[in-house]
Design a protein around this ligand. Structure first.
Ligand SMILES: C[S@@+](CC[C@H](N)C(=O)[O-])C[C@H]1O[C@@H](n2cnc3c(N)ncnc32)[C@H](O)[C@@H]1O
Length: 386
């Protein structure tokens, strides 16, 4: 059985009292039981019950994710599974909130030199403020005004439990993975100024301090409370980061301000309409020779409608409205439309095995992994040097 004791501490993190941890442990264990033990049973139910029922009714087997959904939605086991899964997701967040409400995060021992700049009269894009993405109460943009860091504190602890600790003890597995992959692909590239779009509390942003210690790090996000907390977290870890509030599609920075503009698990949460604008913004922000890097969920290959149906549950039952469309989007095409040349674009799918290697601090060699089934999709595009 997994346990929750290993999230790395830092002065900003609030894990709570013994009772809080017991509640978190329960939510964590329940979620792991549902994803590890109950979820696989859906396949049996599909093969033994839902599919034959669909064939009897329609005269043919379901061949699209929508048809698989129609077949499964009528089944009492699937309904039980999906409602339990949704409840466990809500339980993750509610197990974290009481500790955050009562906790007083410690001040960093000495300043690291980072900053946080909140925008005046900022209105976040509706697609991010109108819904509590993956059921986090209040969503990313919840803000009770000056000094409020609650959304950041809830996200930091909650996402660790939600991801079953798979992002590593610092929740930075995706950033570590992307930074190492890029270093392997572009060993000579030495960015001096880096911008992380949709940085959240800076989990991935800080991973670049290890790979590029000379670089100046910037992070932009819509959520004020995420950024205040992210600032405290970065300072307590001794990493100077300049956090700012803004929309990734219309950032406050001048043209050609950065050598590297990137995002980590952000694009699947932005609207299909905003995506081309975010890519154009990356092009505008990059200096000649600069690099755009995005890492997120891979595209559906649509060869297995049952597998796609399961994945699409994120949209239907976990408040991820853009997940389905995003996972059918051709990012290389968007990059070309934004100005990048086809020959300057590289992409890859990093498997679960590669993610594991990265967490174990081993060399990432995506090419050595034959079965590119699960994991993250990464896209790199370089602006021509002047
Ligand atoms: C899943 S979190 C990922 C956070 C971080 N990149 C990481 O790796 O931990 C997605 C983040 O993207 C931010 N976000 C989504 N759309 C945005 C936009 N248009 N502008 C700025 N931030 C955005 C959200 O506020 C949220 O913090």
């Amino acid at each position: 059985m997994k346990n929750i004791v290993d999230q790395a501490g830092h002065a900003a993190l609030i894990k709570g009292s013994h009772d809080d941890r017991a509640a978190q442990d329960f939510a964590f264990t329940l979620r792991n039981h549902i994803t590890g033990e109950l979820m696989p049973a859906n396949r049996t139910i599909f093969d033994a019950r839902a599919k034959p029922g669909y064939v009897r009714q329609h005269g043919e087997a379901p061949s699209t994710p929508q048809q698989v959904r129609a077949a499964m939605s009528a089944d009492s086991w699937y309904r039980f599974y999906i409602s339990t899964r949704r409840t466990s997701q809500e339980l993750i967040w509610s197990s974290v909130i009481p500790a955050v409400e009562q906790g007083t995060p410690a001040k960093p021992a000495k300043p690291a030199g980072g900053t946080v700049t909140l925008a005046e009269n900022f209105t976040p894009p509706r697609y991010i403020s109108a819904i509590d993405i993956h059921c986090m109460p209040g969503g990313y943009c919840a803000d009770r005004g000056e000094g409020d860091e609650a959304a950041g504190a809830v996200y930091d602890r909650g996402v660790y439990l939600y991801m079953s600790g798979l992002m590593g003890p610092m929740n930075d597995g995706v950033g570590q993975l992307a930074a190492r992959w890029m270093k392997a692909r572009l060993p000579e590239f030495a960015p001096r100024k880096i911008l992380d779009l949709g940085c959240g509390v800076g989990h991935s942003t800080l991973a670049y301090a290890g790979q590029y210690p000379e670089a100046e790090l910037h992070g932009l996000d819509c959520g004020a409370a995420l950024l205040r907390y992210g600032h405290r977290r970065a300072e307590s870890l001794g990493v100077p980061v300049h956090f700012a509030q803004g929309d990734a599609e219309h950032t406050p920075y001048a043209d050609a301000s950065f050598d590297l503009v990137m995002s980590h698990i952000v694009l699947h949460e932005t609207s299909t309409r905003a995506l081309p604008g975010i890519f154009r913004e990356c092009w505008r922000l990059l200096r000649p020779g600069g690099v755009m890097l995005h890492i997120d969920q891979p595209r559906f290959d649509d060869s297995d409608p049952y597998a796609t149906f399961l994945q699409e549950n994120e949209t239907w039952y976990n408040n991820e409205p853009f997940w389905r469309q995003y996972r059918r989007t051709d990012l290389a095409e968007l990059a070309q439309k934004a100005g990048f040349a086809a020959e300057d674009i590289q992409s890859d799918v990093l498997t679960a095995a590669v993610v594991q290697q990265s967490q174990n601090n081993q060399k990432v060699s995506a090419e050595s992994v034959a079965a590119k089934k699960r994991g993250f999709s990464i896209l790199l595009a370089q602006k021509p040097a002047a």
